[in-house]
Design a protein around this ligand. Structure first.
Ligand SMILES: C[C@H](O)[C@H](O)[C@H]1CNC2=NC(N)=NC(=O)C2=N1
Length: 103
């Protein structure tokens, strides 16, 4: 099994239960991992998006990013698998590590 193979429902649910704030959504018939991060203003959301973009390039795996005022939505899935792979979960965890800001 490659890091990019489509996962089965059981493995997806098990991995999901270990994450905080990430949900599974279905968009255009494709399962995706989504989390919304909140910020003080637009610039903070933009800067966070840039950090996720750098992470994505490092791994050659790219999420959908939606920037709004005070809000960044991140969606991970694997285009080549038409769904979720281990790589998406690894990068969801990496996104959390990257965007975690101690209060
Ligand atoms: C050629 C290149 O490796 C592929 O197009 C990569 C790029 N980034 C990617 N990103 C994501 N999220 N899924 C992919 O299948 C994917 N494929």
């Amino acid at each position: 099994m490659s890091q990019y193979s489509q996962m089965n429902e059981r493995d997806i649910d098990q991995e999901l239960s270990r994450l905080i704030g990430w949900i599974k959504i279905e968009s255009e018939g494709i399962a995706k991992l989504e989390k919304v991060f909140s910020y003080r203003d637009y610039q903070q959301a933009v800067q966070s998006a840039q950090r996720v973009a750098d992470l994505a390039d490092e791994h050659n795996h790219h999420p959908l990013l939606i920037i709004e005022w005070g809000k960044l939505t991140v969606q991970w899935w694997t285009h080549s698998a038409n769904g979720l792979s281990e790589t998406d979960f690894n990068l969801a965890r990496a996104t959390d590590d990257l965007l975690f800001v101690p209060q």
